[in-house]
Design a protein around this ligand. Structure first.
Ligand code: HEM
Length: 401
């Protein structure tokens, strides 16, 4: 099919066309047009933006709103978008509400607070690597890529360590397209967060959650629902993404031995390499759902008010009109302008923290296990079944030569 179909024309199946093997699929889709209508596994037909320029513009377009229209309820899987308990959050709000929430969280999530975390992040990374030493093979996601950011965000926020397994379970249930249990999972998560906030009010500490509870902007502060929504977004965003920056990056390196050798020879390349991993196989596939606020023409497609629009960050970051030889991993490329952290008012709040965690994780891992190699045939590795998260299910590695 060539040209961009209108709402009335036939749509493709995202699962079959894209999700099985996204990069080659997007290569063809970008040639055919900047926007494509596809049915996603969570629900109905959705407009998917695939080219870089259009993706960047869509992410910053105020006519594409984040709060779902009433008419959307019931048309998509009953997920976090429609959870009254969790939806009072940054990612789902529009101006002027978004500015208000972002200002309040920025007062607590300061660059000073993030910079102060560095020695602790290094220590956590080293402890995890110590635990791996002595073993010949591990699942790198389980042993390192997951516990590192999870421990960091829990300590930063002030969430007790013993609750982490619950989070991982709820979070998987919320993000997995096959899951039937998103409703109960969001209710359990919200109930837990309310208990956590109440406990923190009783016993304030030097942590981000206390700072959020106390954050004030003149007379303004976060309501109870907004606190729940904020902590929810921070916890999920804080651990579901960085795990895949580490996992996808290590996977890319192990499949490109020349790039691995270059990075080991010159650790000064680390900050640029992290950007290249984010561009090459970023942790977020489709940015969170946006909705057309009016009837509009979106890069040639006739979009109706209330239509859902998704931006493919994975596709935009491999657009050859923006990145030369986009399918080549090049740790010296230092690709400015990639969209892995989004763009516009919703640009990732945690980007400085994620970049720091990434640099430390790759630096410490390669210094400690320079002979790291893949312990499975590349074709046997499976990607998670999610339209939001782009990450492997497991990453078996051999630690020594
Ligand atoms: C927003 C990616 C790590 C907190 C976003 C968005 C993207 C993103 C693409 C925008 C989504 C959209 O517009 O639909 C990533 C990636 C990460 C990462 C790739 C790791 C490599 C983190 C961390 C935190 C965090 C560690 C917090 C601890 C947030 C928050 C927002 C956000 C609060 C919402 C911002 C707003 O709506 O104003 N992130 N993120 N992220 N991220 Fe991240």
């Amino acid at each position: 099919m060539t040209g961009v179909p209108s709402s009335a024309e036939q749509t493709d199946d995202f699962e079959k066309v894209v999700l099985k093997d996204p990069h080659p699929a997007y290569q063809e889709l970008r040639v055919e047009g900047p926007v494509r209508r596809m049915v996603i596994p969570e629900g109905e037909a959705t407009w998917i933006v695939t080219r870089y320029d259009e993706a960047r513009a869509a992410l910053a377009d105020p006519a594409l709103q984040k709060s779902p229209p009433a008419a959307a309820v019931g048309r998509f899987k009953d997920d976090v978008y429609f959870s009254q308990d969790l939806s009072a959050n940054l990612l789902q709000s529009d101006q002027p509400e978004h500015t208000r929430l972002r200002k309040l969280v920025t007062k607590a999530f300061t660059s000073r607070r993030v910079a102060e975390l560095r020695p602790r992040v290094e220590q956590i990374a080293d402890e995890l690597l110590d635990e791996m030493a002595g073993r010949t093979e591990v699942d790198l996601l389980d042993a390192f890529a997951f516990p590192l950011p999870m421990t960091v965000i829990c300590e930063f926020l002030g969430v007790p360590g013993e609750d982490r397994d619950d989070f991982r379970r709820w979070s998987n249930l919320l993000l997995d397209v096959d899951s039937e249990e998103t409703g109960p999972a969001s209710a359990s998560m919200a109930a837990y967060l309310m208990r956590l906030i109440a406990a923190k009010r009783e016993a304030p500490a030097d942590d981000l959650l206390t700072a959020l509870i106390q954050a004030r902007d003149d007379e303004d502060r976060l309501s109870e629902r907004e606190l729940v929504g904020m902590v929810f977004v921070l916890l999920v965003a804080g651990h579901e993404t960085t795990v895949n920056l580490i996992g996808n990056g290590v996977h890319a390196l192990l499949r490109h031995p020349d790039q691995l050798a270059a990075l080991k020879a010159d650790p000064g390349l680390l900050p640029g390499a992290v950007e290249e991993f984010l561009r090459f196989d970023g942790p977020i596939h489709l940015a969170t759902m946006r909705w057309a606020s009016t009837d509009m023409t979106l890069y040639g497609a006739r979009v109706s008010a209330g239509d859902p629009v998704l931006v493919s960050l994975l596709s935009a970051n491999r657009d050859p009109d923006r990145f030369e030889e986009p399918d080549r991993l090049d740790v010296t490329r230092a690709p400015g302008g990639h969209l892995a952290f989004g763009h516009g008012i919703h640009f990732c709040l945690g980007a400085p923290l994620a970049r720091m965690e990434g640099e430390i994780a790759f630096g410490r891992l390669l210094a400690r296990f320079p002979d790291l190699s893949l312990a499975a045939e590349p074709e046997t590795l499976r990607w998670r079944h999610s339209t939001l998260i782009h990450g492997l299910e497991t990453l078996p590695v051999r630690l020594t030569a």
